[in-house]
Design a protein around this ligand. Sequence first.
Ligand code: AMP
Length: 628
Amino acid sequence: MASNSDSNVTNRDAFRQAVVNTLERRLFYVPSFKIYGGVAGLYDYGPPGCAVKANVLAFWRQHFVLEENMLEVDCPCVTPEIVLKASGHVDKFTDLMVKDGKTGACYRADHLLKDFCKEKLEKKDVSITADKAAELKHVLAVLDDLSADELGEKIKEYAIVAPDTKNPLSDPYPFNLMFQTSIGPSGLSPGFMRPETAQGIFVNFKDLYYYNGNKLPFAAAQIGMAFRNEISPRQGLLRVREFTLAEIEHFVDPEDKSHPKFPEVSNLEFLMFPREKQVSGQPAEKTCLGEAVSKGIVNNETLGYFIGRVYLFLTYLGIDKDRLRFRQHLGNEMAHYAADCWDAEIECSYGWIECVGIADRSAYDLRAHTDKSGVPLVAHEKFAEPREVEKLVIVPVKKDLGLAFKGDQRMVCEALEAMSEKEAMEMKADLESKGKVEFHVCTLAKTVTIRKSMVTIAKEIKKEHQRVFTPSVIEPSFGIGRIIYCLYEHSFYTRPSKTGDEQLNVFRFPQIVAPIKCTVFPLVQNQEYEEVAKHIAHMLTAAGISYKIDITGTSIGKRYARTDELGVPFAVTVDSTSSVTIRERDSKVQIRVNVEEVASVVKEVTEGQSTWNDMLSKYNAPQVPDDE
Ligand code: AMP
C-alpha cells in the first residue's frame, strides 16, 4: 500500500495542498461564511466531515466512556464569570499580542519570534555564527517562559516587523482569549463562552461523587464545543476559534494513584519523549510504557494507563504509530500545580502537533472551586477502625475578641482559625512567654495585638472515623478537530490513473472512520440495474450501513475514483440482476457475490466480524477489472 513517502507527492507543502484541496472540494470542511469572504479560524464540516467526526466521537465514547464506566455530562457553553474567575481563566488565560503600529493588525508575539528564529536556523543563514545559532536555539527553548518585557526586548533586538506590511510593532501585551458575553438582558451578569469543557465537570463534582456511591476513583467525561478567540488563527483546522473538545476528568485519591487495569497497557511500546531527552537534544525513543512508569519517568500508574489508552485510541483510528509520540512537558510549560503532563503529538505537514494533553493536575481545580463557592468539593475515606490522630485545636475566645476588636472581631477570629500548625505553635509559645503577640490579619490589611485571654491553642488526641481530602484529577483532553485533520493527512495517498496521465486521490480510512461504508453503482444506465441497485440500497439501510448510490452515466473508473476520494472502503457494481461485484478501495480487488448477500458481506467486514481476507477466501476468484 502506498504511503506518504512512496507517493509521488514528496514536497510537504505540495502534499498538504493536495490533501486540503481534496478535503475542501469534497466538502469534508470549508471556510465558514465563505460567500461573505469567510472568518479566520471558523470552519464548517460538510457531509463527509460530519460523518467522520460522528464516527470518531462514537469510537471515543466506546473506547473511553463505555470501557471505563465514565459518567458523561453535557454542560452549557455559556459560563458565568465567577466559575472562570475561580479556575484562573479570567486572569490568566492570555497570550501575548503585538499590533502593527500603522494598520492595527494583531499577531501573537511568541509566534513571530518563533518564526524568526526557525527561519534563520532552517535556512541555515550563512551570515549567522555558531554563537548566534546557539542563541536562537536557546530562545526557542525558553520561548514559553519569556515575560512580555523579555519578548518585547527580543523583538526589538532582532528588528522583527509586521510580516504583512513590514511596519514596526507595538510592545507585547496580554490578550485574554475568552469570548466575553453577558447573560440575560440586564448586562449585569458577565459571562464567557467556555474555553474548555472541564470546568463543567469540576463544578458538578459533589453530585457526581454522590452518584458514584461516594466512591473513588471515578471519571467523568464531556464532549462539547470550546471557544478561544485566537489572536491569529493559522494552520487550517489546527488552530481555530471554535472547536470540539472531548475531555475526561479522572478523580483519584492523591495517596493512591495505582490503576487496576494498568497491566493491560504496560507492555505497549511507542515513541516517548521525556523531558531529559528534550533538554539534552536526544530524539524520542520507542519505550515500554510499563518501564517508563516503574522508572518514574511517568509520574504514576493512572497517568500511564491513560497514556496507553490514548495510544490505542489514536492508532486504532488510523494514526500512523511512527508519526505519533508522547512528549513530556518541560518544567517551564507545566502549570505550577501540575504533577506531570504528557502531550500526544502527531506529525503532519505542519510538524509535530499537540492533539491530546494528558495531565495530572493534582487537587488544583477542586480546591479553587471549593474556595470560591464555599462548597467543599472533597472525598471521604471511611476507616475500618477509628484512628487516633493528634489535632491542632484553635479556639478563639469571642467575648474578649469582641471587646477588643468590635466590628473586626469576625475577621480576626477567622484569621486565627486559619493559622497553619507552625504559626499557631509559634503564637502559643509567644503568648506563654510574653502574654501578647502582634498578629497580621490579611483581610483587614492591618496588624492587631492578640492577648493570652483571646485564644486557646492546644494539640489534642482525637479519634477519627474517616479521612477527608481533595481528590487529584488526571485529565486527558482531546482536540477532536486536530486529531481528524492529522488522520486526513495520514490516510491520504495518490495513485496513477489507468492512463497514467493523472493522479487519483485516496483516503485509506479504517472502516470505523470511513464516512460512508459503501457505494452502489449500476454499471450502465438501465432500469433493470437501477432496480437492483435500489433493492441493495434498501437492504443496506435495513442493516444500518451508510451508503451512497451513484446512478450517473460516468465511466465506472471515474465513479471508483470519486468514491476513493471520499475514502469509501467498498464499491458495489451492479452488472447483472443476480450477482454483483464488491471492490475493495485500496487493493482494488473485487469479489462476486449474490445480490441478496451484499448487505451482510459489507456489514460483517465494516463492523469487524470478518476481514476482507476472509471474504477473499470465501468468494474465490478475486480479480482487478480492466476498466481501472
Ligand atoms: P489545552 O487546554 O490548551 O491543553 O487544549 C486541549 C486540546 O485542545 C489540545 O490538546 C488541542 O488538541 C486542542 N486545542 C487547543 N487549542 C485549539 C485551537 N485553537 N484549535 C483547535 N484545537 C485546539
